[in-house]
Design a protein around this ligand. Sequence first.
Ligand code: SF4
Ligand code: SF4
Ligand code: FES
Length: 322
Amino acid sequence: MKLTLNGREIEAEAGRDLLTTCLENGVDVPHFCWHGDLGSVGACRLCAVRVYDGPEDQVGRIEMSCMTPAKEGQRIETADPEAEAFRTHVIEWTMLNHPHDCAVCEEAGACHLQDMTMATGHHTRRSTAPKRTHRNQDLGPLLTHEMNRCIACYRCVRFYRDYAGGTDLEVFGAHDRVYFGRAADGALESPFAGNLAELCPTGVFNDKHWSRHYARRWDMKATPSICAHCAIGCNVTLFERGGTLRQVQNRYHGAVNGSFLCDRGRFGMLHAEAPRPLPRLQRLGEPRRLAAEGRRIAVEIEVPGAGQPRLRRHRQPAPRSA
Ligand code: SF4
Ligand code: SF4
Ligand code: FES
């Protein structure tokens, strides 16, 4: 099937959403809620483009590219002035309540919202109205929560509930507020919760270890690696600064881990930076003490053979020479 993208005829898959079609053909369209593994939901309204049904259609219309299926003969203009103005307005209202705290926000430098704001040319806040604020939650030892940065793209709950099967992260709504968090403070239960730090396009969820041992993205060295915590071997990127491991992130591999990691892989490697390594004596002594304790209990509860001297394996006699 053929369609025309910014004046260029391309091959496209019928029914595939236009945003994916554009991205696969090297044309960037700003977006927030669409995600390669989660698909489209049409929540953010940022991916507007002008779509013409065919050569006879001289007017076209503004469509959300992530929600519009590709059809034979369509003409798509991503740089249409009305579509560009629409996207700039979406960013402006998205930023109405945003704290604009890039200078102290961990996400800055790797922030999807920053990138999209620059891409759409929004640079001045016209509103002088007070900003809506939220209370943050303590989500346990792994993730930070800074709800004022939320842009309500719904990626977090879509991943957590629909993709990872978690039940303790919700979206709560009241009047003109939506809130993404737990019913009460407490550690997120899903063993995949750490993915929220990467999925969230702003700085709402972040890796707590990295936040405490912070380095800007451009100040860290990135090394591709493989997670060693189980046999799947997820692809990861290790971020280092000053000889210390600061952060572990997913490295996309379509056949192994897609865009995600489990929390063991994401946070487990950080044991290398434990603040107080166990003293050598303790390291050696503790397993021995536990093994001795295990033997004592086995004898006490009369596990068959426990406490008996081990049978020595008899040596095979050496073959006699002829
Ligand atoms: S979330 Fe992004 S845009 Fe918002 S303060 Fe942080 S870096 Fe800046
Ligand atoms: S918390 Fe992040 S991922 Fe969730 S809706 Fe807000 S901006 Fe989107
Ligand atoms: S990416 Fe299309 S509406 Fe959000």
